[in-house]
Ligand binder design. Sequence first.
Ligand code: FAD
Ligand code: NAP
Length: 338
Amino acid sequence: MSLQLQSQVSLKPFNSFGVDVRAQLFAEAHSDADVREALAYATAHDLPLLVIGGGSNLLLTADIPALVLRMASRGIRLIDDGDRVVIEAEAGEPWHPFVQHTLAQGFSGLENLSLIPGTVGAAPMQNIGAYGVEIKDVFAGLTALDRETGELRDFSLEECNFAYRDSLFKQQPGRWLILRVRFKLDRVAHLHLEYGPVRQRLTEQGIEQPTPTDVSRAICSIRSEKLPDPAVLGNAGSFFKNPLVSAALVEQIKAQHPDLVAYAQPDGQMKLAAGWLIERAGWKGFREADAGVHKLQALVLVNYGAATGLQLLDLAQRIQKDIAERFNVELEMEPNRY
Ligand code: FAD
Ligand code: NAP
């Protein structure tokens, strides 16, 4: 048995909120064989199995009566070297260093997704996105283990049901264990600069003809200014998804709040900036005990040290209720709750 099982392990170092709960059992998977061993152990001992990566999209509200398996498999390989390259990475590869690796090889496509915490294997779960790019835009396939049958399955782009912060894997929780993911990248860059302050930041830096690495650096600098570093202040990034609402509701809210921020979607819906709604409702910088709303970014809930998952959840629910009452908008939580 190569799997090292530990009992009653604090998950504080393994979730970016820094919430202190315990896993009944804990192990790290470095290979497919470890994953299969963990599944077999959990089945034999009638224990649930919870797979985690970097723990940057989790809200842990109680001790976890399960075998928590942290994906730690490593490996990056080029599997198609044509005009567009296909590069495959193991689930446990840390996301941002993987992005940096692709840029160092001269491959473009992932630069807008720089500095997102977490692992490669979790990236398809919510189709991670930032600055106008989502992984569905560069996705070439993935291999997952079907926990119901024990069989491996390759998924194409169409089969993943990717949508805004959503995928088949999120819709079928606990069924698919993602082992490795493939990305289709370009040798000739097609940059996306029109989102938020990206182009402006490059201009301020005197860069008129940016390379993908320039874009990555600009995005890293913007993110570092606005977002709390989980190593310093516990958080899970955006706590709520940006809500998609009807144009009619946008008009209703605008009657009271003419400066409402709303973005038209291709299907006719409008996307509201949840952070704007929360800030306008007065929650920015709010703190109660050690649970709070970040001072610079109202979409980010923070743990000042000893907040429990339940305290963070309670704060989130109060914000949801207030936003529903003020604006008639339902906010959906983004982190996965256990
Ligand atoms: P975890 O939090 O460990 O797990 C997330 C979910 O995926 C859980 O349900 C877990 O069970 C499941 N899971 C994990 N690995 C696997 C696997 N191999 N197979 C099957 N299921 C698995 N997200 C964005 O989309 N865009 C951003 O710009 C962004 N910025 C962020 C900034 C900060 C400061 C923080 C803290 C978070 C941010 N996030 C962002 C959220 C988060 O980083 C991403 O969702 C990331 O992909 C989560 O990866 P993880 O490895 O930490 O997953
Ligand atoms: P921002 O630039 O202040 O913009 C606020 C919101 O407006 C964003 O959430 C974004 O929606 C939307 N937006 C901005 N420009 C847009 C455009 N041209 N077209 C359509 N929508 C637009 O946002 P931020 O908080 O600093 O984050 C920057 C990027 O990183 C965003 O893409 C955000 O999603 C991503 N991010 C995600 C997380 C997470 O945990 N999920 C955490 C931090 C940052 P979208 O969110 O839909 O892009």
